[in-house]
Ligand binder design. Structure first.
Ligand SMILES: [Zn+2]
Length: 212
């Protein structure tokens, strides 16, 4: 199982690089089994990443396995896993539209049904804090709530899921929803929103049926 987790992280790194969700060595990925956290090492190139480069830490940040330092954002991962027992996978990326939202917005409504289902009714921007700090981790947990996406102010995007696939699709759908919102705002026309009642139902439907 541990080998499988490490392999999933390596694949996730390649995928987020290939799909332009990150540039360089920024961003990070982790999986938890409820006790240990398997996380990408700090500042190591994704295209060179191998299973043995993945660092294993406990919920206090102690290194249990690995020769490299864990991602500098390990506190963010610990805080989310502690707050959300349904989350097994975390993907932190720096894509372009979420980055634009991170410097201009407080909250982005889910305008399209896929975002309403997988991300939740809205995507909030967490209050600014220093990268790698407990303060950033707490701000992110607060703004994430029960949704699957949160934006870090002047920084990037975090997506969570019960699997890699769910967190990855959440990241892609978040980006699309923000792009739709930004383009729609430019048209200077009335924007139609999903009614609150339907929004709630879409999310419930997703959690109940699609997640299985
Ligand atoms: Zn980052």
């Amino acid at each position: 199982m541990e080998k499988e987790y490490k392999n999933t992280i390596v694949k996730a790194c390649r995928k987020m690089l290939n799909e332009d969700l990150v540039k360089g060595t920024w961003g990070n990925v982790s999986i938890t089994d409820g006790k240990k956290i398997f996380i990408t090492p700090s500042g190591y190139p994704y295209d060179k990443m191998k299973e043995e480069d993945i660092v294993v830490i406990d919920y206090k940040g102690n290194i249990l396995e690995g020769l490299k330092a864990p991602s500098s954002e390990w506190k963010l991962h610990v805080a989310i896993y502690k707050a959300r027992k349904d989350v097994k996978f975390i993907l932190h990326t720096h894509p372009i539209y979420a980055s634009i939202a991170s410097v201009t917005m407080e909250v982005i409504p889910s305008l399209i049904e896929d975002s309403a289902m997988i991300c939740g009714p809205e995507i909030k921007v967490a209050k600014y804090a220093d990268p790698g700090s407990w303060e950033l981790a707490e701000n992110a947990v607060k703004a994430l709530g029960n949704n699957s996406a949160v934006i870090l102010r002047n920084h990037g995007l975090v997506n969570v899921g019960e699997s890699f696939n769910e967190a990855f699709v959440s990241a892609k759908v978040t980006e699309k929803n923000i792009q739709v919102y930004l383009e729609a705002l430019k048209l200077n026309r009335e924007i139609f929103y999903i009614p609150e009642k339907n929004m709630k139902e879409l999310r419930e439907k997703y959690l109940k049926f699609y997640r299985q």
